[in-house]
Design a protein around this ligand. Structure first.
Ligand SMILES: Cc1cc2nc3c(=O)[nH]c(=O)nc-3n(C[C@H](O)[C@H](O)[C@H](O)COP(=O)(O)O)c2cc1C
Length: 218
């Protein structure tokens, strides 16, 4: 089949595009309003933007107005990403509801707040990995009508990893963390199987490329 997203002429019950860029890891973003109200929400349009330095991006869709997360990050300049393991999916799902800015989603979902070290927003204490981030910039994309897409870019300034999730060989124990990721529709997946493959390495500069891929610096 072939279809043009602008025409939505796929003939299927639901547009398949969201099922193509999969799996999408879930950014579970903690912020504070200017008045200090904690906010927590999931965003699956999430990725790193380079490693050195480590930037991350969140794509947040406006529905008539900026979401609380965007407002908070742009006003306070800080946020925290919390990794979502399989056992926290129910809590994560609750925080995806639409609540007014005065609602503390940590309380709503029964989550524990832990202090961060370099930024003010709280960590989700139950999460195995958290990234403390400083706001860098917002990129705006048009999205039809008065709407826009806010792409938030942040610089990771601090990384928390619970020691129990670091294996003896020094790797993160992803199979034990079982991070959750979004698929299309109401589908989710989790990473519970990892396999290894050595990077193909040839030509001049191959060692540098290999170091970039594997993260091993000698
Ligand atoms: C698993 C999951 C993934 C989501 N991903 C996104 C996303 O990538 N972008 C977005 O704008 N909203 C996404 N949402 C919806 C937001 O979490 C929701 O609009 C939330 O209320 C925003 O909170 P805020 O207004 O406090 O920022 C997602 C929701 C769930 C449950």
């Amino acid at each position: 089949m072939f279809y043009e997203p602008s025409k939505n002429d796929h003939g299927l019950k639901r547009p398949p595009f969201k099922s193509i860029a999969v799996p999408r890891p879930i950014a579970w973003i903690s912020t504070l309003s200017e008045d200090g109200v904690p906010n927590l929400a999931p965003f699956s349009q999430f990725s790193n933007l380079g490693f050195e330095p480590p930037y991350i991006m969140l794509t947040i869709n406006q529905h008539g107005k900026k979401k609380d997360t965007v407002v908070n990050i742009e006003r306070t300049g800080e946020f925290v990403h919390n990794m979502v393991p399989l056992e926290l999916i129910e809590q994560m799902n609750i925080t995806g509801g639409t609540f007014p800015p005065e609602v503390d989603e940590f309380e709503l979902a029964g989550l524990t707040k832990a202090p961060a070290r370099l930024v003010k927003p709280y960590l989700v204490a139950e999460s195995p990995v958290q990234l403390e981030c400083k706001y860098v910039q917002t990129v705006h994309l048009p999205a039809g009508g008065a709407n826009a897409i806010d792409i938030i870019i942040g610089l990771v300034v601090g990384v928390h990893i619970k020691d129990e999730f670091i294996r003896e060989d020094g790797k993160l124990d992803i199979e034990r963390i079982r991070p959750v990721a979004r698929m299309g529709y109401s589908d989710y997946t989790t990473v519970d199987k990892v396999f290894e493959m050595q990077a193909y390495s040839a030509g001049s500069g191959a060692n540098v490329a290999l170091e970039g891929i594997t993260g091993v610096y000698k």
